[in-house]
Design a protein around this ligand. Structure first.
Ligand code: M6R
Length: 610
Protein backbone atom coordinates (compact mmCIF):
# COMPACT_ATOMS: atom_id res chain seq x y z
CA UNK A 1 0.00 0.00 0.00
CA UNK A 2 1.23 3.51 -0.74
CA UNK A 3 4.35 4.29 -2.70
CA UNK A 4 7.53 6.15 -1.80
CA UNK A 5 10.11 7.89 -3.98
CA UNK A 6 13.21 9.94 -3.20
CA UNK A 7 15.96 11.59 -5.24
CA UNK A 8 19.23 13.41 -4.76
CA UNK A 9 20.91 14.82 -7.83
CA UNK A 10 21.04 17.57 -10.40
CA UNK A 11 18.20 16.59 -12.75
CA UNK A 12 14.67 18.04 -12.85
CA UNK A 13 13.57 16.82 -9.44
CA UNK A 14 9.87 17.55 -9.85
CA UNK A 15 9.72 15.47 -12.99
CA UNK A 16 11.68 12.61 -11.46
CA UNK A 17 9.50 12.47 -8.36
CA UNK A 18 6.28 12.79 -10.38
CA UNK A 19 7.31 10.12 -12.89
CA UNK A 20 8.23 7.83 -10.01
CA UNK A 21 4.89 8.40 -8.31
CA UNK A 22 3.05 7.67 -11.56
CA UNK A 23 4.78 4.30 -11.66
CA UNK A 24 3.59 3.61 -8.11
CA UNK A 25 0.14 5.12 -8.43
CA UNK A 26 -1.50 1.71 -8.76
CA UNK A 27 -0.43 1.01 -5.16
CA UNK A 28 -2.67 3.75 -3.76
CA UNK A 29 -4.18 6.90 -5.15
CA UNK A 30 -6.13 8.65 -2.41
CA UNK A 31 -3.68 11.56 -2.38
CA UNK A 32 -0.11 12.35 -3.28
CA UNK A 33 2.59 14.86 -2.45
CA UNK A 34 6.21 15.84 -2.78
CA UNK A 35 8.61 17.95 -0.74
CA UNK A 36 11.84 19.25 -2.26
CA UNK A 37 14.73 21.21 -0.86
CA UNK A 38 17.01 23.78 -2.45
CA UNK A 39 19.65 25.70 -0.44
CA UNK A 40 17.98 24.60 2.76
CA UNK A 41 14.55 25.93 1.68
CA UNK A 42 11.56 23.61 1.33
CA UNK A 43 8.85 23.47 -1.30
CA UNK A 44 5.79 21.32 -0.77
CA UNK A 45 2.99 20.27 -3.11
CA UNK A 46 0.07 18.03 -2.18
CA UNK A 47 -3.18 17.04 -3.85
CA UNK A 48 -6.09 14.75 -3.15
CA UNK A 49 -6.78 12.02 -5.70
CA UNK A 50 -4.65 10.89 -8.58
CA UNK A 51 -1.13 12.04 -9.46
CA UNK A 52 -2.44 14.17 -12.33
CA UNK A 53 -3.96 16.52 -9.70
CA UNK A 54 -0.57 16.84 -8.03
CA UNK A 55 1.10 17.41 -11.40
CA UNK A 56 -1.30 20.27 -12.16
CA UNK A 57 -0.46 21.92 -8.84
CA UNK A 58 3.27 21.56 -9.29
CA UNK A 59 3.28 23.10 -12.76
CA UNK A 60 1.14 26.06 -11.70
CA UNK A 61 4.15 27.85 -10.18
CA UNK A 62 6.39 29.89 -12.48
CA UNK A 63 9.58 28.21 -11.25
CA UNK A 64 8.42 24.75 -12.16
CA UNK A 65 6.74 25.94 -15.37
CA UNK A 66 9.93 27.58 -16.60
CA UNK A 67 12.08 24.80 -15.19
CA UNK A 68 14.16 27.16 -13.05
CA UNK A 69 13.60 25.21 -9.85
CA UNK A 70 17.07 24.23 -8.62
CA UNK A 71 16.00 21.80 -5.91
CA UNK A 72 18.31 18.84 -5.58
CA UNK A 73 16.83 16.74 -2.77
CA UNK A 74 13.26 15.52 -2.57
CA UNK A 75 10.83 12.89 -1.39
CA UNK A 76 7.37 11.93 -2.60
CA UNK A 77 4.48 9.67 -1.72
CA UNK A 78 1.25 8.30 -3.12
CA UNK A 79 -1.20 7.30 -0.44
CA UNK A 80 -3.74 4.60 0.25
CA UNK A 81 -5.42 5.86 3.41
CA UNK A 82 -5.08 3.81 6.60
CA UNK A 83 -5.30 6.43 9.37
CA UNK A 84 -7.42 9.43 8.49
CA UNK A 85 -9.40 10.41 5.44
CA UNK A 86 -7.89 11.12 2.02
CA UNK A 87 -7.41 14.88 2.53
CA UNK A 88 -4.52 17.22 1.77
CA UNK A 89 -3.75 17.51 5.47
CA UNK A 90 -3.39 13.76 5.71
CA UNK A 91 -1.35 13.52 2.50
CA UNK A 92 2.38 12.90 2.81
CA UNK A 93 5.04 14.34 3.06
CA UNK A 94 4.33 15.43 6.64
CA UNK A 95 6.03 18.52 7.96
CA UNK A 96 7.27 19.16 11.48
CA UNK A 97 8.95 22.51 12.11
CA UNK A 98 11.91 21.94 9.82
CA UNK A 99 11.71 18.37 8.47
CA UNK A 100 9.54 16.29 6.15
CA UNK A 101 8.74 12.60 6.23
CA UNK A 102 7.08 10.04 3.96
CA UNK A 103 6.15 6.60 5.17
CA UNK A 104 4.69 3.28 3.99
CA UNK A 105 3.22 0.79 6.44
CA UNK A 106 1.84 1.32 9.93
CA UNK A 107 3.20 2.74 13.16
CA UNK A 108 1.33 0.60 15.65
CA UNK A 109 2.23 2.62 18.75
CA UNK A 110 1.51 6.00 17.18
CA UNK A 111 -1.21 6.88 19.71
CA UNK A 112 1.13 6.56 22.69
CA UNK A 113 3.85 8.48 20.87
CA UNK A 114 1.40 11.18 19.84
CA UNK A 115 0.20 11.68 23.43
CA UNK A 116 3.79 11.88 24.60
CA UNK A 117 4.70 14.43 21.93
CA UNK A 118 1.61 16.55 22.58
CA UNK A 119 2.67 16.75 26.22
CA UNK A 120 6.02 18.23 25.21
CA UNK A 121 4.25 20.82 23.09
CA UNK A 122 4.23 19.30 19.59
CA UNK A 123 1.25 20.34 17.44
CA UNK A 124 -0.35 17.77 15.14
CA UNK A 125 -2.29 18.76 12.06
CA UNK A 126 -3.14 15.39 10.52
CA UNK A 127 -4.94 12.23 11.62
CA UNK A 128 -2.16 10.01 10.35
CA UNK A 129 0.19 7.72 12.21
CA UNK A 130 3.03 9.10 10.05
CA UNK A 131 3.10 12.55 11.57
CA UNK A 132 4.50 11.23 14.87
CA UNK A 133 7.72 10.30 13.04
CA UNK A 134 8.61 13.82 12.05
CA UNK A 135 7.77 15.29 15.46
CA UNK A 136 9.68 12.56 17.22
CA UNK A 137 12.69 13.22 15.00
CA UNK A 138 12.63 16.93 15.76
CA UNK A 139 12.13 16.26 19.46
CA UNK A 140 15.34 14.20 19.48
CA UNK A 141 17.20 16.57 17.18
CA UNK A 142 16.46 19.48 19.51
CA UNK A 143 17.97 17.44 22.33
CA UNK A 144 20.91 15.80 20.53
CA UNK A 145 21.75 18.34 17.82
CA UNK A 146 22.75 15.47 15.50
CA UNK A 147 20.40 14.35 12.76
CA UNK A 148 21.77 10.81 12.41
CA UNK A 149 21.47 10.24 16.17
CA UNK A 150 18.01 11.82 16.16
CA UNK A 151 16.90 9.55 13.31
CA UNK A 152 18.24 6.47 15.12
CA UNK A 153 16.52 7.50 18.35
CA UNK A 154 13.28 7.99 16.39
CA UNK A 155 13.26 4.62 14.73
CA UNK A 156 14.16 2.88 17.98
CA UNK A 157 10.80 4.08 19.32
CA UNK A 158 8.62 2.95 16.39
CA UNK A 159 6.65 -0.29 16.49
CA UNK A 160 5.11 -1.77 13.37
CA UNK A 161 6.14 -2.37 9.78
CA UNK A 162 7.36 0.54 7.76
CA UNK A 163 9.70 2.15 5.31
CA UNK A 164 10.51 5.81 5.87
CA UNK A 165 12.30 8.67 4.11
CA UNK A 166 13.09 11.88 5.97
CA UNK A 167 14.65 15.17 4.90
CA UNK A 168 15.50 18.01 7.25
CA UNK A 169 16.68 21.61 7.07
CA UNK A 170 18.93 20.73 10.00
CA UNK A 171 21.08 18.82 7.53
CA UNK A 172 20.02 19.58 3.99
CA UNK A 173 21.14 17.51 0.98
CA UNK A 174 20.65 14.22 2.76
CA UNK A 175 17.82 11.71 2.85
CA UNK A 176 17.51 9.46 5.89
CA UNK A 177 15.87 6.09 5.36
CA UNK A 178 14.85 2.91 7.17
CA UNK A 179 13.24 -0.30 5.96
CA UNK A 180 11.43 -2.64 8.31
CA UNK A 181 8.75 -4.93 6.95
CA UNK A 182 7.82 -2.71 4.02
CA UNK A 183 9.91 -2.69 0.83
CA UNK A 184 12.51 -0.08 -0.07
CA UNK A 185 15.17 -0.03 -2.77
CA UNK A 186 18.05 2.37 -3.42
CA UNK A 187 19.50 2.75 -6.88
CA UNK A 188 22.30 4.68 -8.48
CA UNK A 189 23.78 5.36 -11.90
CA UNK A 190 27.11 6.37 -13.35
CA UNK A 191 26.43 10.08 -12.57
CA UNK A 192 26.53 9.16 -8.90
CA UNK A 193 22.94 10.26 -8.33
CA UNK A 194 20.67 8.34 -5.99
CA UNK A 195 17.08 7.26 -6.48
CA UNK A 196 14.95 5.65 -3.79
CA UNK A 197 11.63 3.87 -4.26
CA UNK A 198 9.37 1.34 -2.62
CA UNK A 199 9.52 -0.89 -5.71
CA UNK A 200 11.80 -1.18 -8.71
CA UNK A 201 9.47 0.22 -11.40
CA UNK A 202 10.26 3.95 -10.79
CA UNK A 203 13.97 3.16 -10.92
CA UNK A 204 14.01 1.43 -14.31
CA UNK A 205 15.53 3.59 -17.01
CA UNK A 206 17.04 6.05 -14.50
CA UNK A 207 19.54 3.96 -12.62
CA UNK A 208 21.51 0.85 -13.45
CA UNK A 209 22.42 -0.57 -10.07
CA UNK A 210 20.04 -1.31 -7.22
CA UNK A 211 19.98 -2.72 -3.72
CA UNK A 212 16.78 -4.08 -2.17
CA UNK A 213 17.14 -3.35 1.52
CA UNK A 214 16.80 -6.05 4.12
CA UNK A 215 14.65 -5.47 7.21
CA UNK A 216 16.35 -3.34 9.84
CA UNK A 217 18.67 -1.51 7.44
CA UNK A 218 18.71 2.26 7.83
CA UNK A 219 21.02 4.87 6.43
CA UNK A 220 21.71 8.20 4.78
CA UNK A 221 21.85 9.10 1.12
CA UNK A 222 24.07 12.06 0.16
CA UNK A 223 24.90 13.43 -3.24
CA UNK A 224 27.39 10.85 -4.54
CA UNK A 225 27.33 8.51 -1.57
CA UNK A 226 25.15 6.30 0.60
CA UNK A 227 25.79 4.87 4.05
CA UNK A 228 24.01 1.85 5.50
CA UNK A 229 23.55 0.95 9.15
CA UNK A 230 22.09 -1.91 11.11
CA UNK A 231 21.43 -1.37 14.80
CA UNK A 232 23.65 1.74 14.66
CA UNK A 233 26.59 -0.18 13.19
CA UNK A 234 27.79 0.65 9.71
CA UNK A 235 27.22 -2.15 7.18
CA UNK A 236 29.09 -2.37 3.92
CA UNK A 237 29.81 -5.93 2.86
CA UNK A 238 26.30 -7.25 3.36
CA UNK A 239 24.72 -4.77 0.97
CA UNK A 240 24.23 -6.53 -2.34
CA UNK A 241 23.99 -4.37 -5.44
CA UNK A 242 22.54 -5.80 -8.62
CA UNK A 243 21.79 -4.69 -12.16
CA UNK A 244 18.46 -3.08 -12.94
CA UNK A 245 16.56 -3.94 -16.13
CA UNK A 246 16.93 -1.09 -18.64
CA UNK A 247 13.61 -1.23 -20.50
CA UNK A 248 10.24 0.03 -19.32
CA UNK A 249 8.53 -1.27 -22.44
CA UNK A 250 6.99 -4.29 -20.76
CA UNK A 251 5.27 -2.01 -18.29
CA UNK A 252 3.44 0.07 -20.89
CA UNK A 253 -0.11 -0.46 -22.18
CA UNK A 254 0.79 -1.40 -25.76
CA UNK A 255 -2.35 0.14 -27.25
CA UNK A 256 -4.82 -1.57 -24.91
CA UNK A 257 -7.34 0.61 -23.12
CA UNK A 258 -6.32 -0.60 -19.68
CA UNK A 259 -3.49 -2.56 -18.14
CA UNK A 260 -6.10 -5.09 -17.07
CA UNK A 261 -7.05 -5.66 -20.70
CA UNK A 262 -3.43 -5.95 -21.80
CA UNK A 263 -2.67 -8.34 -18.96
CA UNK A 264 -5.73 -10.47 -19.77
CA UNK A 265 -4.56 -10.73 -23.37
CA UNK A 266 -1.01 -11.58 -22.29
CA UNK A 267 -2.00 -14.69 -20.36
CA UNK A 268 -1.51 -17.15 -23.16
CA UNK A 269 2.09 -16.07 -23.69
CA UNK A 270 3.07 -15.59 -20.05
CA UNK A 271 2.07 -19.10 -19.05
CA UNK A 272 4.48 -20.34 -21.70
CA UNK A 273 7.17 -18.50 -19.71
CA UNK A 274 5.82 -19.98 -16.49
CA UNK A 275 6.24 -23.48 -17.91
CA UNK A 276 9.54 -22.86 -19.67
CA UNK A 277 12.25 -25.26 -18.52
CA UNK A 278 9.86 -26.77 -16.01
CA UNK A 279 8.45 -29.39 -18.37
CA UNK A 280 11.04 -31.72 -19.84
CA UNK A 281 9.77 -34.67 -21.87
CA UNK A 282 7.41 -36.46 -19.51
CA UNK A 283 8.73 -34.91 -16.33
CA UNK A 284 8.02 -31.79 -14.33
CA UNK A 285 11.25 -30.17 -13.18
CA UNK A 286 11.54 -27.59 -10.45
CA UNK A 287 15.23 -26.76 -10.08
CA UNK A 288 14.17 -24.57 -7.18
CA UNK A 289 13.93 -27.66 -4.90
CA UNK A 290 16.82 -29.62 -3.43
CA UNK A 291 16.44 -33.35 -4.04
CA UNK A 292 15.31 -34.19 -0.49
CA UNK A 293 13.21 -31.07 0.15
CA UNK A 294 9.91 -32.89 -0.11
CA UNK A 295 11.06 -35.98 1.75
CA UNK A 296 8.66 -37.00 4.55
CA UNK A 297 5.99 -34.47 3.50
CA UNK A 298 2.52 -35.83 4.27
CA UNK A 299 0.36 -32.78 3.70
CA UNK A 300 0.17 -29.34 2.12
CA UNK A 301 -1.05 -26.14 3.72
CA UNK A 302 -1.68 -23.20 1.40
CA UNK A 303 -2.22 -19.66 2.61
CA UNK A 304 -2.94 -16.49 0.62
CA UNK A 305 -5.35 -13.57 0.19
CA UNK A 306 -7.84 -12.47 -2.47
CA UNK A 307 -7.20 -13.76 -5.96
CA UNK A 308 -4.13 -15.65 -4.77
CA UNK A 309 -6.35 -17.44 -2.25
CA UNK A 310 -8.65 -18.48 -5.09
CA UNK A 311 -5.64 -19.88 -6.93
CA UNK A 312 -4.73 -21.77 -3.75
CA UNK A 313 -8.23 -23.19 -3.46
CA UNK A 314 -8.04 -24.35 -7.07
CA UNK A 315 -4.65 -25.88 -6.30
CA UNK A 316 -6.11 -27.84 -3.37
CA UNK A 317 -8.40 -29.78 -5.75
CA UNK A 318 -5.43 -30.55 -7.98
CA UNK A 319 -3.13 -31.59 -5.12
CA UNK A 320 -5.65 -34.00 -3.64
CA UNK A 321 -6.76 -35.34 -7.01
CA UNK A 322 -3.39 -35.65 -8.72
CA UNK A 323 -0.77 -36.06 -6.00
CA UNK A 324 -3.13 -37.65 -3.46
CA UNK A 325 -1.79 -35.43 -0.73
CA UNK A 326 -3.99 -33.98 2.00
CA UNK A 327 -4.32 -30.25 1.32
CA UNK A 328 -5.75 -27.43 3.37
CA UNK A 329 -6.19 -23.82 2.27
CA UNK A 330 -6.40 -20.85 4.62
CA UNK A 331 -7.13 -17.17 4.10
CA UNK A 332 -3.94 -15.64 5.53
CA UNK A 333 -5.66 -13.03 7.70
CA UNK A 334 -7.62 -15.81 9.43
CA UNK A 335 -4.80 -18.30 9.62
CA UNK A 336 -2.45 -16.00 11.48
CA UNK A 337 -4.76 -15.55 14.47
CA UNK A 338 -6.48 -18.94 14.72
CA UNK A 339 -3.62 -20.58 16.62
CA UNK A 340 -3.41 -23.35 14.04
CA UNK A 341 -2.04 -26.78 14.85
CA UNK A 342 0.96 -27.18 12.60
CA UNK A 343 2.94 -30.29 11.80
CA UNK A 344 6.46 -30.06 10.45
CA UNK A 345 5.59 -32.80 7.96
CA UNK A 346 3.32 -30.34 6.21
CA UNK A 347 4.62 -28.34 3.27
CA UNK A 348 3.56 -24.71 3.61
CA UNK A 349 2.86 -22.81 0.39
CA UNK A 350 2.30 -19.05 0.43
CA UNK A 351 0.88 -17.60 -2.78
CA UNK A 352 1.23 -13.94 -3.62
CA UNK A 353 1.55 -11.87 -6.76
CA UNK A 354 3.38 -9.05 -5.00
CA UNK A 355 5.20 -10.95 -2.29
CA UNK A 356 4.37 -8.00 -0.01
CA UNK A 357 0.88 -8.79 1.32
CA UNK A 358 1.18 -8.25 5.08
CA UNK A 359 -1.11 -11.10 6.16
CA UNK A 360 0.51 -13.63 3.86
CA UNK A 361 4.00 -12.60 5.00
CA UNK A 362 2.95 -13.18 8.61
CA UNK A 363 1.38 -16.55 7.81
CA UNK A 364 4.60 -17.56 6.07
CA UNK A 365 6.73 -16.42 9.00
CA UNK A 366 4.51 -18.35 11.43
CA UNK A 367 4.85 -21.53 9.40
CA UNK A 368 8.58 -21.11 9.13
CA UNK A 369 8.89 -20.49 12.86
CA UNK A 370 6.90 -23.66 13.54
CA UNK A 371 9.49 -25.64 11.56
CA UNK A 372 7.50 -26.26 8.38
CA UNK A 373 9.25 -26.31 5.04
CA UNK A 374 8.10 -23.21 3.22
CA UNK A 375 7.57 -22.33 -0.42
CA UNK A 376 6.37 -19.06 -1.91
CA UNK A 377 4.72 -18.92 -5.30
CA UNK A 378 5.31 -15.31 -6.23
CA UNK A 379 5.65 -12.88 -9.13
CA UNK A 380 8.15 -10.45 -7.65
CA UNK A 381 11.69 -11.54 -7.11
CA UNK A 382 13.43 -9.87 -4.19
CA UNK A 383 10.09 -9.24 -2.52
CA UNK A 384 9.65 -9.71 1.23
CA UNK A 385 8.16 -13.21 0.90
CA UNK A 386 10.89 -14.49 -1.37
CA UNK A 387 13.36 -13.51 1.31
CA UNK A 388 11.56 -15.45 4.01
CA UNK A 389 10.56 -18.67 2.24
CA UNK A 390 12.93 -21.62 1.91
CA UNK A 391 12.03 -21.97 -1.76
CA UNK A 392 10.70 -19.42 -4.23
CA UNK A 393 8.85 -20.41 -7.36
CA UNK A 394 8.53 -17.38 -9.58
CA UNK A 395 5.42 -16.94 -11.72
CA UNK A 396 7.29 -15.14 -14.52
CA UNK A 397 4.10 -13.23 -15.37
CA UNK A 398 5.89 -9.90 -15.88
CA UNK A 399 4.82 -6.71 -14.09
CA UNK A 400 1.10 -6.81 -13.29
CA UNK A 401 -0.18 -3.25 -13.01
CA UNK A 402 -3.97 -3.55 -13.05
CA UNK A 403 -5.23 -3.68 -9.48
CA UNK A 404 -7.54 -6.48 -10.61
CA UNK A 405 -5.25 -9.45 -10.80
CA UNK A 406 -5.45 -11.48 -14.03
CA UNK A 407 -2.23 -13.00 -15.33
CA UNK A 408 -0.97 -13.55 -11.80
CA UNK A 409 -3.95 -15.86 -11.22
CA UNK A 410 -3.51 -17.90 -14.41
CA UNK A 411 0.22 -18.31 -13.77
CA UNK A 412 -0.40 -19.20 -10.12
CA UNK A 413 -2.84 -21.93 -11.12
CA UNK A 414 -0.38 -23.17 -13.73
CA UNK A 415 2.42 -23.39 -11.14
CA UNK A 416 0.13 -25.20 -8.68
CA UNK A 417 -0.96 -27.64 -11.35
CA UNK A 418 2.70 -28.37 -12.17
CA UNK A 419 3.54 -28.60 -8.47
CA UNK A 420 0.77 -31.13 -7.86
CA UNK A 421 2.36 -33.33 -10.55
CA UNK A 422 5.87 -32.76 -9.26
CA UNK A 423 4.92 -33.62 -5.68
CA UNK A 424 2.96 -36.66 -6.85
CA UNK A 425 6.07 -37.90 -8.61
CA UNK A 426 8.36 -37.16 -5.65
CA UNK A 427 6.17 -38.94 -3.13
CA UNK A 428 5.27 -41.65 -5.64
CA UNK A 429 1.53 -41.19 -5.59
CA UNK A 430 0.95 -40.47 -9.27
CA UNK A 431 1.10 -43.09 -12.00
CA UNK A 432 3.33 -42.48 -15.02
CA UNK A 433 0.28 -42.73 -17.23
CA UNK A 434 -1.59 -39.98 -15.42
CA UNK A 435 1.54 -37.83 -15.21
CA UNK A 436 2.02 -38.13 -18.94
CA UNK A 437 -1.53 -37.21 -19.83
CA UNK A 438 -1.53 -34.25 -17.41
CA UNK A 439 1.72 -32.95 -18.88
CA UNK A 440 0.21 -33.22 -22.35
CA UNK A 441 -2.78 -31.18 -21.14
CA UNK A 442 -0.47 -28.62 -19.52
CA UNK A 443 1.44 -28.14 -22.74
CA UNK A 444 -1.81 -27.49 -24.62
CA UNK A 445 -3.10 -24.96 -22.09
CA UNK A 446 -1.72 -21.71 -23.63
CA UNK A 447 -4.05 -22.01 -26.61
CA UNK A 448 -7.09 -21.99 -24.31
CA UNK A 449 -5.99 -18.59 -23.01
CA UNK A 450 -5.86 -17.02 -26.46
CA UNK A 451 -8.72 -14.59 -26.62
CA UNK A 452 -11.43 -15.23 -29.17
CA UNK A 453 -12.46 -11.78 -30.42
CA UNK A 454 -16.06 -12.98 -30.90
CA UNK A 455 -16.23 -13.84 -27.22
CA UNK A 456 -14.74 -10.47 -26.27
CA UNK A 457 -17.32 -8.70 -28.42
CA UNK A 458 -20.10 -10.78 -26.91
CA UNK A 459 -18.95 -9.74 -23.43
CA UNK A 460 -19.06 -6.13 -24.62
CA UNK A 461 -22.66 -6.58 -25.81
CA UNK A 462 -23.77 -8.48 -22.73
CA UNK A 463 -22.27 -5.90 -20.39
CA UNK A 464 -25.19 -3.62 -21.30
CA UNK A 465 -27.79 -6.09 -20.09
CA UNK A 466 -25.94 -7.10 -16.94
CA UNK A 467 -25.51 -3.58 -15.57
CA UNK A 468 -28.78 -3.52 -13.69
CA UNK A 469 -30.38 -5.83 -11.19
CA UNK A 470 -29.85 -6.64 -7.54
CA UNK A 471 -26.57 -8.46 -7.86
CA UNK A 472 -24.82 -11.54 -9.12
CA UNK A 473 -24.20 -15.12 -8.16
CA UNK A 474 -21.33 -16.88 -9.89
CA UNK A 475 -21.72 -20.62 -9.50
CA UNK A 476 -19.66 -23.67 -10.31
CA UNK A 477 -18.56 -27.04 -8.95
CA UNK A 478 -15.14 -28.52 -8.18
CA UNK A 479 -12.36 -26.20 -9.48
CA UNK A 480 -15.10 -24.12 -11.09
CA UNK A 481 -16.19 -23.16 -7.59
CA UNK A 482 -12.94 -21.24 -6.82
CA UNK A 483 -13.22 -19.92 -10.36
CA UNK A 484 -16.70 -18.63 -9.54
CA UNK A 485 -15.24 -16.90 -6.46
CA UNK A 486 -12.61 -15.30 -8.67
CA UNK A 487 -15.22 -14.22 -11.25
CA UNK A 488 -17.31 -12.59 -8.53
CA UNK A 489 -14.26 -10.86 -7.01
CA UNK A 490 -13.26 -9.47 -10.43
CA UNK A 491 -16.72 -8.08 -11.03
CA UNK A 492 -17.17 -6.49 -7.63
CA UNK A 493 -13.73 -4.93 -7.36
CA UNK A 494 -13.92 -3.00 -10.65
CA UNK A 495 -17.66 -2.54 -11.26
CA UNK A 496 -18.69 -2.02 -7.59
CA UNK A 497 -21.70 -4.30 -8.16
CA UNK A 498 -22.45 -6.86 -5.49
CA UNK A 499 -21.41 -10.33 -6.61
CA UNK A 500 -20.88 -13.59 -4.81
CA UNK A 501 -19.23 -16.84 -5.81
CA UNK A 502 -20.99 -19.98 -4.60
CA UNK A 503 -20.72 -23.73 -4.99
CA UNK A 504 -23.51 -24.58 -7.44
CA UNK A 505 -24.77 -27.40 -5.22
CA UNK A 506 -25.09 -25.11 -2.19
CA UNK A 507 -27.56 -22.64 -3.69
CA UNK A 508 -30.57 -24.62 -2.52
CA UNK A 509 -29.31 -24.46 1.09
CA UNK A 510 -30.27 -20.81 1.41
CA UNK A 511 -29.13 -18.41 -1.31
CA UNK A 512 -31.77 -19.61 -3.78
CA UNK A 513 -34.25 -17.63 -1.68
CA UNK A 514 -32.80 -14.55 -3.40
CA UNK A 515 -33.65 -15.83 -6.88
CA UNK A 516 -35.98 -13.63 -8.90
CA UNK A 517 -35.86 -11.72 -12.18
CA UNK A 518 -33.48 -9.15 -10.66
CA UNK A 519 -30.86 -11.73 -9.68
CA UNK A 520 -28.20 -12.49 -12.28
CA UNK A 521 -26.50 -15.87 -12.28
CA UNK A 522 -23.28 -16.58 -14.13
CA UNK A 523 -23.17 -20.35 -14.45
CA UNK A 524 -19.90 -22.12 -15.15
CA UNK A 525 -20.95 -25.32 -16.90
CA UNK A 526 -17.90 -27.26 -18.07
CA UNK A 527 -18.49 -30.29 -20.21
CA UNK A 528 -15.67 -32.26 -18.62
CA UNK A 529 -16.67 -32.04 -14.97
CA UNK A 530 -20.05 -32.63 -13.31
CA UNK A 531 -21.98 -31.07 -16.20
CA UNK A 532 -25.34 -32.71 -15.44
CA UNK A 533 -25.14 -31.86 -11.73
CA UNK A 534 -24.39 -28.21 -12.42
CA UNK A 535 -27.13 -28.10 -15.04
CA UNK A 536 -29.71 -29.24 -12.47
CA UNK A 537 -28.61 -26.49 -10.10
CA UNK A 538 -28.90 -23.90 -12.86
CA UNK A 539 -32.35 -25.18 -13.80
CA UNK A 540 -33.46 -24.69 -10.20
CA UNK A 541 -32.50 -21.03 -10.50
CA UNK A 542 -34.15 -20.59 -13.88
CA UNK A 543 -37.37 -22.03 -12.44
CA UNK A 544 -37.25 -19.16 -9.95
CA UNK A 545 -36.80 -16.50 -12.65
CA UNK A 546 -33.12 -15.71 -12.12
CA UNK A 547 -31.51 -14.30 -15.29
CA UNK A 548 -28.81 -16.78 -16.30
CA UNK A 549 -25.70 -16.37 -18.40
CA UNK A 550 -24.34 -19.83 -19.10
CA UNK A 551 -20.68 -20.27 -20.00
CA UNK A 552 -20.18 -23.70 -21.49
CA UNK A 553 -19.14 -25.64 -24.58
CA UNK A 554 -22.63 -27.20 -24.56
CA UNK A 555 -25.44 -24.98 -25.73
CA UNK A 556 -28.04 -24.52 -23.01
CA UNK A 557 -31.30 -23.23 -24.45
CA UNK A 558 -32.96 -22.48 -21.13
CA UNK A 559 -30.39 -19.85 -20.21
CA UNK A 560 -31.12 -16.22 -21.07
CA UNK A 561 -27.66 -15.80 -22.51
CA UNK A 562 -24.95 -18.17 -23.54
CA UNK A 563 -21.21 -17.89 -24.20
CA UNK A 564 -19.87 -20.89 -26.04
CA UNK A 565 -16.42 -22.02 -25.00
CA UNK A 566 -14.26 -24.58 -26.82
CA UNK A 567 -14.67 -28.29 -26.46
CA UNK A 568 -11.72 -29.90 -24.71
CA UNK A 569 -10.65 -33.21 -23.30
CA UNK A 570 -9.40 -31.66 -20.05
CA UNK A 571 -11.44 -29.72 -17.52
CA UNK A 572 -8.46 -27.42 -16.78
CA UNK A 573 -8.58 -26.18 -20.37
CA UNK A 574 -12.20 -25.27 -19.82
CA UNK A 575 -11.16 -23.65 -16.55
CA UNK A 576 -8.66 -21.33 -18.26
CA UNK A 577 -10.98 -20.47 -21.11
CA UNK A 578 -13.81 -19.60 -18.72
CA UNK A 579 -11.38 -17.57 -16.62
CA UNK A 580 -10.71 -15.32 -19.59
CA UNK A 581 -14.45 -14.91 -20.24
CA UNK A 582 -15.01 -13.87 -16.62
CA UNK A 583 -12.15 -11.37 -16.74
CA UNK A 584 -13.41 -9.83 -19.99
CA UNK A 585 -16.99 -9.77 -18.79
CA UNK A 586 -16.21 -7.89 -15.58
CA UNK A 587 -13.89 -5.50 -17.40
CA UNK A 588 -16.55 -4.66 -20.00
CA UNK A 589 -19.19 -4.06 -17.30
CA UNK A 590 -16.77 -1.74 -15.47
CA UNK A 591 -15.87 0.12 -18.68
CA UNK A 592 -19.54 0.60 -19.52
CA UNK A 593 -20.07 2.04 -16.04
CA UNK A 594 -17.24 4.50 -16.68
CA UNK A 595 -15.08 3.17 -13.86
CA UNK A 596 -11.32 3.39 -13.67
CA UNK A 597 -10.61 -0.27 -14.39
CA UNK A 598 -6.93 -0.19 -13.46
CA UNK A 599 -7.35 1.80 -10.28
CA UNK A 600 -10.70 0.93 -8.76
CA UNK A 601 -11.91 2.91 -5.79
CA UNK A 602 -10.79 2.03 -2.26
CA UNK A 603 -8.22 -0.52 -3.43
CA UNK A 604 -4.48 -0.76 -3.88
CA UNK A 605 -2.33 -3.19 -5.78
CA UNK A 606 -0.33 -4.38 -2.87
CA UNK A 607 -1.88 -4.66 0.58
CA UNK A 608 0.98 -4.14 3.00
CA UNK A 609 -1.24 -3.50 6.03
CA UNK A 610 -3.21 -6.17 7.83
O1 M6R B 1 -0.10 -9.65 -4.03
P1 M6R B 1 -1.04 -10.71 -3.50
O2 M6R B 1 -1.30 -11.77 -4.50
O3 M6R B 1 -0.60 -11.27 -2.19
O4 M6R B 1 -2.40 -9.93 -3.25
C1 M6R B 1 -3.49 -10.56 -2.67
C2 M6R B 1 -4.77 -9.79 -2.92
O5 M6R B 1 -4.71 -8.53 -2.33
C3 M6R B 1 -5.06 -9.63 -4.41
O6 M6R B 1 -5.09 -10.85 -5.06
C4 M6R B 1 -6.41 -8.92 -4.63
O7 M6R B 1 -7.45 -9.72 -4.18
C5 M6R B 1 -6.59 -8.55 -6.11
N1 M6R B 1 -6.77 -7.13 -6.24
C6 M6R B 1 -7.76 -9.17 -6.75
O8 M6R B 1 -7.85 -8.83 -8.10
Amino acid sequence: MCGIVGYIGKKDINKILLDGLKELEYRGYDSAGIATMSDGEFKEYKAVGKIKNLEKKIYQTSETKNNTDKSSTGIGHTRWATHGKPTELNAHPHLGDYSYVVHNGIIENYKELKDELIQVGKKFVSQTDTEVIVHLFEYYFDKLNDSKKAFDATISRLQGAYSILLITQAQPDKIYFIKLGSPLAIATCSDGEYYIASSQSPLIGLANSVTYLEDGISGVVYENKVEFFEKNKRVTNDIKWQDLPISKLSAQKDGFRFFMEKETYEQSSVIVDTMMGRIKDDEIVFDEFDSDFLKNIDGVLISACGTSYHAGLTGSYLFERLSKIRTQVEVASEFRYKQPLLSNKTLFIAISQSGETADTIEALKMAKKAGLKTVVVCNVDNSSMTRVADVTILLRAGIEKGVASTKAFSTQVTVLWMLSLYIGKQIKTISNKLLKSEIKALRETPKYLIIDENIHQKCQRLSKRYLHGDGFFFIGRDVFYPLSLEGALKLKEISYIHAQGYPAGEMKHGPIALADEKLFTIALMPKGLLYEKTKSNVQELIARDSVVLSISPISFKLADDFIKTKDSEHYMHEFFEMLVVLQLFSMEVAIRLGNDVDMPRNLAKSVTVE
